[in-house]
Design a protein around this ligand. Sequence first.
Ligand SMILES: Cc1cc2nc3c(=O)[nH]c(=O)nc-3n(C[C@H](O)[C@H](O)[C@H](O)COP(=O)(O)OP(=O)(O)OC[C@H]3O[C@@H](n4cnc5c(N)ncnc54)[C@H](O)[C@@H]3O)c2cc1C
Length: 311
Amino acid sequence: MVLVLVEHSEANPTDPSLQALTLARSFGQPVHALLVGAAADLSEHGVSVTHVAEHVALGSFAPDAWAAILGEVAGRLSASAVIAAGTERGNEVIARLAARTGLPFAANCIAVSPGPPVTVTRLRWGGSLLEEARLHGSHALITVAPHVVPVEPSPMPADIERFTPDLSDEDLLVRVVEHVAALGGGVSLTEAKVVVSGGRGVGSKEGFAMIEELAGLLGAAVGCSRAVTSAGWRPHTDQVGQTGTKVAPEVYIACGISGATQHMAGLKGAKRILAINTDPEAPMMLNADYAVVGDLKEIVPAISAEIRKSR
Ligand SMILES: Cc1cc2nc3c(=O)[nH]c(=O)nc-3n(C[C@H](O)[C@H](O)[C@H](O)COP(=O)(O)OP(=O)(O)OC[C@H]3O[C@@H](n4cnc5c(N)ncnc54)[C@H](O)[C@@H]3O)c2cc1C
């Protein structure tokens, strides 16, 4: 069997976790899910058993505790693979499990074959290279590149097994103690349907007021390029790209972003790109579905004004 760590938000499984479940089914073995803190409805996703870890100390994210629980369940069930979404949490928990067990960990996978040994295809270099790797060991530890594997429903009634894990004080040394609301109205960059993103062309930290205004009108999340986070205009959590967040919106509005390969690596899941740039030859403009040549400081406020007028 294959064990999948399913992340959830108030008992709703996240899209990257559903993508991980879809990839897990390609092993051709029964798929079990592990959820921490709450059960979620996985009856459409080919899960035969949902294991729900409940513990008074698991009210907030504790990566070592999650890794301990995942390792315990995987060992007890003799899982041939342990899979998670390639999110910050998924990668962190699987990395900690790899450190605890000494097993190899393949991140950013997009295809698997059960072996033995388990073989994976994974994205390297921001998606510009596909690597085939063989994983040796009792369990293959895998994370799935977000927004690459489309979710395919597979209805199946799932049994739910609740249990209380044994956790040590060490397991709980690292844990979330406080949540600070993100800038930009709280729309998550990974899940946003529309992202309004700014690059060096925005010109300053203060210049992001117009990006935030347009994002607010569209119910969008604010993103940015690394030039922007390096300049300290926005926090790293807003960065889109190879070393930032991978997004998959219906529309990505790129304002003053040149479209370097490392930035485009975060956009592979975007359905449509609207680019605003003074340089018609910028790679972002050449990759865009809609391209507006001009100064974003005029164009972005003009779009916001039109939206306001139409309401
Ligand atoms: C290992 C590595 C990892 C990296 N990871 C990332 C990553 O995750 N994400 C990321 O974004 N980058 C990443 N980078 C950096 C990347 O290579 C680029 O340097 C960066 O994306 C450039 O940001 P930018 O497009 O905002 O700036 P620039 O490349 O300077 O482009 C600015 C653009 O704004 C336009 N412009 C200027 N003024 C205006 C105006 N008034 N109106 C309209 N347009 C205007 C210009 O024509 C230009 O196209 C990484 C680099 C390395 C080496």
